[in-house]
Design a protein around this ligand. Structure first.
Ligand code: PGA
Length: 261
């Protein structure tokens, strides 16, 4: 079992378009913050809807145990872009992490080129992009491997090597997102994909970079499968959607990931 604990583990809570009220957001966040206090080997990154971000942030200075991320930024640095959020706004707010290329955004038309522009904006600002990749479906011929490697290559066009240590890759097979633990990828599959992604990075850049980039798994990570996934999946952590909104279960997930080696 290979373990990469040179870096802390990382658990990203992707709240997506929830909850409905700021009050509820505070409830979930405060419980998560409480649970994060006892963590020794794990950093939690909470990615709420941007409209709640500043309010939540006012109450909590980022520290080594809990910090904030956004679910998206715009691909241009400036200009007239109604409804969008720029990298400078994020940086000036003191937010460290940016989810880029989530499959739910790609489904709305976000191309690899847009993803690569965003990755460059985030890396050049010395923040940490969480690049989401993953295939829609699999067939016996293994075409998904080519798809995943192309996604990585295209998303990382023109990046400056020196910033790549800040990159986090979240492998999220679309067929496993938003379901239950039974539908998630098993730890063996996750282990294979993490090795494959490292190999793609090694071929694209070099071994040192491949070693530094942290790999997360996402797609129906729940309380019931997280222990097996962290023990045997060969990943540095998880990107968690629906289960991150359930404070009790999410707090328990944090404890498990922090203590299992
Ligand atoms: P899920 O979402 O945990 O609800 O499957 C993960 C994600 O979409 O990032």
């Amino acid at each position: 079992m290979t373990k990469n604990l040179k870096n802390k583990r990382i658990i990203v809570a992707n709240w997506k378009m929830e909850p409905e009220t700021l009050e509820k957001a505070f409830e979930i966040f405060n419980e998560t913050k409480k649970a994060s206090k006892s963590l020794k080997n794990t950093e939690v990154v909470v990615c709420p809807p941007s409209i709640y971000l500043n309010k939540l942030k006012e109450e909590t200075k980022s520290n080594k145990k809990i910090s904030f991320g956004v679910q998206n930024i715009f691909s241009e640095e400036e200009g007239a872009h109604t409804g969008e959020i720029s990298i400078d706004m994020i940086k000036n707010l003191g937010v460290k992490y940016v989810i880029v290329g989530h499959s739910e955004r790609r489904a709305l038309g976000e191309s690899d080129d847009m993803v690569s522009k965003k990755i460059n904006l985030v890396l050049n600002s010395k923040l940490n992009p969480i690049l989401c990749i993953g295939e829609k479906e699999r067939n016996d011929e293994g075409d998904f491997l080519l798809f995943v490697s192309e996604q990585i290559k295209n998303s990382l066009q023109k990046v400056e090597k020196k910033y790549l240590k800040n990159l986090i890759i979240a492998y999220e097979p679309i067929w496993a997102i938003g379901k239950t633990a039974q539908d998630a990828m098993d730890s063996r599959g996750v282990h294979q994909m993490s090795l494959f992604i490292k190999k793609v990075l090694k071929d694209l850049f070099d071994e040192k970079i491949a070693d530094k980039v942290r790999i997360l798994y996402g797609g129906s990570v729940e309380l019931s499968n997280v222990e097996d996934l962290i023990k045997n999946g060969n990943v540095d952590g998880f990107l968690i959607g629906h289960e991150s909104l359930n404070s009790d279960k999410f707090s328990e997930i944090l404890r498990i990931v922090d203590k299992v080696f």
